[in-house]
Design a protein around this ligand. Sequence first.
Ligand SMILES: *Cc1c(COP(=O)(O)O)cnc(C)c1O
Ligand code: SF4
Length: 343
Amino acid sequence: MPQTASTEPDKHSMRSAQEQLSQTSWQQAMAEAYVQPADLLQDLGLDPLTTDAAATTFPMRVPRSYAARMARGDPQDPLLLQVLPGRAELLATPGFNADPVGDLNSIRVPGLLQKYAGRALIITTGACAVHCRYCFRRDFPYGEQLAGKKRLAALMETLREDTSITEVILSGGDPLSLTDDRLHDLLKGLDQLPQLQRIRIHTRTPIVLPERVNNSLIEVLQQVRKPLVTVLHCNHANEVDARVSRAISLLKPCSTSLLNQAVLLKGINDSALALVDLSEKLFTAGVLPYYLHQLDPVAGAAHFAVSDAKAREYLREAATRLPGYLVPRLVREQAGAAAKTPL
Ligand SMILES: *Cc1c(COP(=O)(O)O)cnc(C)c1O
Ligand code: SF4
């Protein structure tokens, strides 16, 4: 499961005191996240007894700036429902398991997953700024797979030797949970691999903890010479407030492409209108939609599932109200498939 990030400052940092400060302020924000459902509910003016809140093995984690975008007094708020642990998670559902997309069968070396030709994915960290209840890696054995400092050397050697890999994706967990120095080292190493055409970062942090996108992060990203593709993870128009838009506008100049993937979630964004609003909001912020994922059948998330028939219907209807380039591709990730499967 995603783990809590270390808040220890970098020992070898050469950055100015001011940058140190801005770096630690996002780590501070991360440390101050809500971890008790009762605290979050109380601040939203909700009675814990009237909600479905329950303790589960996947702890709650909600940054305060994300909670600030939730409507007070609404137990069905689409942001709240993504992060509040509920009793529904405790139900075992046939077909929903701990490794829903065959991650464990695609491990090349610890920390490096490859499912598709040409692209490999690095599990950079187990930590995320937020714990999404539908996370397909909520049960991922991060302890065994983290590409920590020691494993990184072996992993880079694998990449160096396999010239068929032309794109590396930084994933996790969330790569922006790494300190700037660790991210810098990782990106620099990849930037020096001659066969890589581009580097991709998959992150939800700019959406849930926009504080993370500070000058020192931007400096790290600006140093990458290869094309950098940034894929955000935003599921609902209400997730994009002024602060998130500002974070996106900072990321834009250092990204060759700035894209978004969303997960279709029952009760959260399962309507044509919600999908239209999301695409419009993202476009205004400078982001193009990439994928709309059907839920990965991870144990504990069955209550978020939307049928394929409904999913197609919402997307077909959304497509009648959007320019073609604002319609995401509806896909499912299937264990063993050679690409995401279009629906
Ligand atoms: C989703 C995924 C990718 C990226 O697939 P694209 O279709 O290129 O976005 C790459 N590797 C793994 C292991 C993945 O799960
Ligand atoms: S940010 Fe991504 S990896 Fe982290 S909990 Fe959410 S869905 Fe999972």
